[in-house]
Design a protein around this ligand. Structure first.
Ligand code: GDP
Ligand code: ZN
Length: 452
């Protein structure tokens, strides 16, 4: 049990706004038996879907549907939880919610159910974050990665590292007690071996998490180039093939569910810049400032030129705007006009990483561009066992890594080594929410949707 258990009863509509076949109101609190009795006239058997009428304060029926009662601690939040599955109309759900508020509940803040699940130790912090990431996932690969984190795959890997560190620390403690120098030397060698193994495992997890962070964050790409070189056409071509994944089954949903443009499951966000020219016109200057801003935050810049417009080669301007750490891919468009074959080359100088010849019109060479984008982004996983990760996880893993490297450098001083191992252990613990969580909680849970 971490921290004080929250005492207030909270309630929220847990299903998305709008009309739907079913709508769910969720309630959580330390002791809901009286609440449930007042609302339903009885307390359903634990964890059994039970048909019931939901009554208002005067005994009139608001709706009827399924009630699910999860007495503590066997619930999502670890408290008593009541779920009311009624009809998915905005007004009827509002009436039901108001009834719950009338019975003493208050409106839940965004993410508060998940926060309580974390605070009562039902899930760790990485899993709590995965709940939001699963809901927000814009590609299938991202959703699968989030599901792996949610079921604890990432957390288990972090804990396995912690176990190794505990073992190494036990050897340190033991060897500090050895009176004989020989034994101490043996122990020191053993500890270093353990730390080295831990470092290798950590590197594997860090690499996986780095890929997972890319899957979560997506690739942000700017297309720059003179007018008419084919920026909009290229954007459409990139969208064209992926846009097809659309769910629109007649009768089941009014909304069309659209996944993001993606490359191998990585969400791809493309900004098509306006004409990119240095100018005295103040309006166009704003355009240049925006372009510069977009480029400086991008994962890659596509500098586009076209074979029918040899005079329009904006590469110098693009290179001038792009900070050195943002890779530039030169794209030569409209090869269909000259009959050239699509190809991809490594850029010969440091600033241009890749060069791709393609046709936005025919689609030839597009796959070469996709491959080049994945390469500059550093993606080389296949998505099967990538766990979705956040920047803060990467930071913690890197910090643990630095501590382990420092541990290997400590030489004879076992006390210093023990100190570094402790630091590594703490850094890993932060991923799971074991340390330094006060500032994190508001930050993490405020970004959830209400009812989650
Ligand atoms: P933007 O101003 O850079 O966005 O350029 P557009 O995408 O609007 O394209 C300008 C013109 O070039 C349009 O007439 C396009 O149809 C044409 N265009 C774009 N890509 C290609 C291509 O690969 N081959 C050919 N032949 N024409 C293209
Ligand atoms: Zn355009």
């Amino acid at each position: 049990q971490k921290g004080e258990a929250p005492r207030e009863v909270i309630a929220a509509i847990a299903t998305a706004p709008g009309r739907g076949g079913i709508g769910v109101v969720r309630v959580s609190g330390p002791s809901l038996a009286a609440f449930v009795e007042a609302l339903l006239g009885r307390v359903p058997a634990p964890r059994m879907a039970t048909f019931a009428r939901f009554h208002d304060a005067h005994g009139a029926v608001i709706d009827e549907g399924l009630a699910l009662f999860f007495p503590a601690p066997h619930s999502f939040t670890g408290e008593d939880v009541l779920e009311l599955h009624g009809h998915g109309g905005p007004v009827v759900l509002q009436l039901l919610l108001e009834r719950c508020l009338g019975l003493g509940a208050r409106l839940a803040r965004p993410g508060e159910f998940t926060e309580r699940a974390f605070l009562s130790g039902k899930i760790d912090l990485a899993q709590a974050e995965a709940v939001a990431d699963l809901i927000d996932a814009s590609t299938r690969a991202a959703a699968r990665g989030a599901a792996r984190s949610l079921t604890g795959e990432f957390s288990r890997a972090v804990r396995a590292l912690q176990e190794r560190l505990i073992e190494a620390r036990m050897w340190v403690e033991a060897s500090l007690d050895f009176p004989e120098e020989d034994l101490e030397l043996i122990a020191a060698a053993r500890i270093r071996e353990k730390v080295g193994e831990t470092l290798s495992s950590l590197d594997r997890l860090l690499e996986n998490a780095r890929q997972g962070a890319l899957l979560r964050r997506g690739l942000h790409v700017v297309i720059a180039g003179a007018p008419n070189v084919g920026k909009s056409s290229l954007l459409n071509a990139l969208m064209g093939e992926e846009r097809a994944i659309v769910t629109d089954i007649a009768g089941t949903t009014r909304d069309v569910l659209r996944e993001a443009i993606q490359i191998e499951g990585i969400p791809l966000y493309v900004i098509d810049t306006a004409g990119l020219r240095a100018t005295d016109d103040p309006v166009e200057r704003i355009g240049v400032a925006r372009t510069r801003e977009a480029i400086s935050q991008a994962d890659a810049v596509l500098a586009l030129r076209a074979l029918d417009r040899p005079e329009a080669a904006p590469l110098k301007e693009v290179l001038a705007l792009a900070p050195p750490e943002v890779p530039v891919i030169e794209v030569v468009n409209k090869i269909d006009l000259t009959g050239e074959a699509p190809r991809r080359e490594a850029g010969e100088d440091g600033r241009i990483r890749e060069r791709v010849w393609l046709s936005a019109r025919t689609g030839e060479g597009l796959e070469l561009l996709r491959a080049a984008l994945l390469e500059v982004a550093g993606w080389h996983a296949h998505g099967e066992d990538v766990v979705l990760a956040r920047e803060r996880h990467l930071e913690a893993l890197r910090e643990a890594r630095r501590a382990l490297e420092a541990a290997l450098e400590t030489g004879e001083a076992l006390e210093l080594l023990a100190e570094e191992l402790r630091a590594a252990h703490r850094a890993l613990g932060r991923i799971l929410g074991e340390y330094d969580i006060e500032d994190l909680l508001g930050e993490i849970f405020s970004r959830f949707c209400i009812g989650k």
